[in-house]
Design a protein. Structure first.
Ligand code: GUN
Ligand code: FE
Length: 454
């Protein structure tokens, strides 16, 4: 294993520090501190480059990426339901409300069994790391023990993770076999998980963070939403929930609270700088303005939305308005653990939003969303820097002070799916091909905080 803490890596690669501009690294020398943070990124024309390179080399503290390998930031998955991994790729043919009751709640209830949790969560975390996901924002289940096991596994495997015990106590929407018994139980369970994660002996560097996690408004009572809003303010934790995902869900909140999800969550004090809203497909222009003013983030889950949402999230508009948007796999609403698949899905659905999808309409009537497309840079930005900004964590970029969370993409591996042509592919085109065609065999190595984890 190539642990890079206290060492340097010599690599070509790509990252983005601002939307729209890819920074191409050509034989850059990245110096990494003992704590896994980047000390500096030196280019061949920097004055200290040659000296640092030979000094590190002499110390045996220089790792070089081979030709054909490119360094990318580790990917940030802003929305994962960890317990749903066993049903990845199944149960995709029913609407959200049926899927939850018939498939998802019964599966999540099985995490009362700690050994099942250990097996399932161990597989998920290893697989996500192998897919290049170095930071994951997880919904767990209502269970204390299983959720603690997920935190333990992330710490052992070295994945940066934000983990929430799911709060869901509304007896009208949650089955008796899978719900918190009361608002008190939902809130106390959340507090207990925060205590466990924050005082974990293996978590001194806060690699794993606790998250206040009301599942979504339909599954929570007002007392729970209010209590969790107060708790979020008091503990300063991240907050995650689902927002305006489908017509049914959006309509349910309008009927119960008389306002949209965004406004209701805001009223409960659940919209802050450290909040991530999953989906937000049906948000209004007013909702977008509110989310922006609170500094909250959005987890865009394009693959999941194709199955469970009623519309395409207007990614381009949200980015143009300056909202913090990252990508989410929404395992298992989205049937892929790969954020590369989700980058490609984001590109495709934005195109379909722009073009329209009804072949019976003429070109002028087919779409009302001219200019809705995004390009590979926006998709890459969302999966890396954008996700880091949404979480307000120093990840997703190669810059001093940021964590060395990264992956090496091997573009030459025979069993992989990237095919470069020396006389055609240079600079950003190589990144474009990586985004459109990379698969798991191309992900040669993965590091979190300088530690090799896959
Ligand atoms: N809304 C409430 N729970 C869920 C879930 O598990 N997945 C999705 N996609 N939406 C939800
Ligand atoms: Fe979800």
């Amino acid at each position: 294993m190539d642990h890079l803490c206290g060492k340097a890596i010599l690599a070509s690669g790509f990252h983005m520090m601002e939307r729209g501009r890819v920074d191409v690294l050509d034989q850059a020398l990245i110096l990494i501190g003992e704590d896994g943070a980047i000390l500096s990124v030196l280019r061949p024309d920097d004055v200290s480059y040659a000296e640092e390179k030979s000094r590190r080399e002499a110390q045996g503290a220089l790792v070089s990426l081979p030709d054909g390998c490119y360094l990318l930031p580790g990917l940030v998955d802003l929305h994962v339901h960890a317990p749903q991994y066993p049903q990845l790729g199944s149960a995709l043919d029913v609407p959200l409300e049926v899927w939850l009751q018939q498939h998802t709640f019964p599966l999540e209830a099985r995490y009362a069994d700690a050994s099942f949790a250990r097996r399932s969560y161990g597989l998920l975390v290893r697989d996500l790391l192998a897919h290049g996901t170095t930071t994951a924002l997880y919904f767990a289940t209502i269970h204390q023990e299983a959720t603690r096991i997920l935190a333990d596994i992330c710490l052992e495997a070295g994945q940066r993770a934000l983990i929430g015990k799911v709060a869901m106590d509304n007896a009208d929407e949650c089955p008796a076999f899978y719900r918190d018994a009361s608002p008190d139980e939902a809130i106390r369970g959340t507090e207990e998980l925060i205590g466990y994660i924050r005082s974990h002996p293996a978590n001194a560097a806060a690699l794993v963070k606790p998250v206040v996690t009301p599942r979504f408004i339909p599954s929570c009572t007002d007392a729970t939403l209010e209590g969790l809003g107060a708790l979020a303010r008091q503990c300063g934790c991240h907050v995650q929930t689902h927002c305006s995902e489908s017509d049914w869900e959006h309509g349910y909140v309008l009927a119960r609270h008389g306002i949209t999800d965004t406004d209701s969550l805001d009223r409960f004090g659940l919209l802050g700088r450290h909040t991530v809203l999953a989906h937000a497909t049906l948000i209004t222009a007013g909702n977008m303005a509110t989310i922006r003013s609170r500094g909250s983030g959005i987890a865009h889950c394009p693959l999941s939305n194709a199955y469970f949402s009623s519309a395409v999230f207007p990614l381009r508009a949200a980015l143009d308005k300056g909202l913090h948007v990252g990508l989410g796999s929404d395992i298992s609403g989205g049937p892929s653990a790969s954020l590369f698949d989700n980058m490609r899905s984001a590109l495709m659905v934005a195109r379909m939003l722009e073009l329209g999808v009804d072949p019976e309409l003429g070109p002028d009537a087919r779409s009302r969303h001219a200019g809705a497309r995004v390009d590979f840079r926006d998709a890459f930005y969302c999966a890396t820097a954008g996700g880091g900004i949404a979480l307000d964590l120093p990840v997703g970029q190669f810059a001093p002070g940021y964590q060395f969370d990264a992956m090496a993409i091997d573009t030459r591996v025979e069993r992989g799916t990237i095919r470069l042509w020396d006389d055609l592919d240079q600079g950003e085109t190589i990144l474009q091909k990586i985004i459109y065609t990379a698969s798991k065999p191309n992900i040669a190595k993965v590091w979190v905080g300088g530690r090799q984890v896959s």
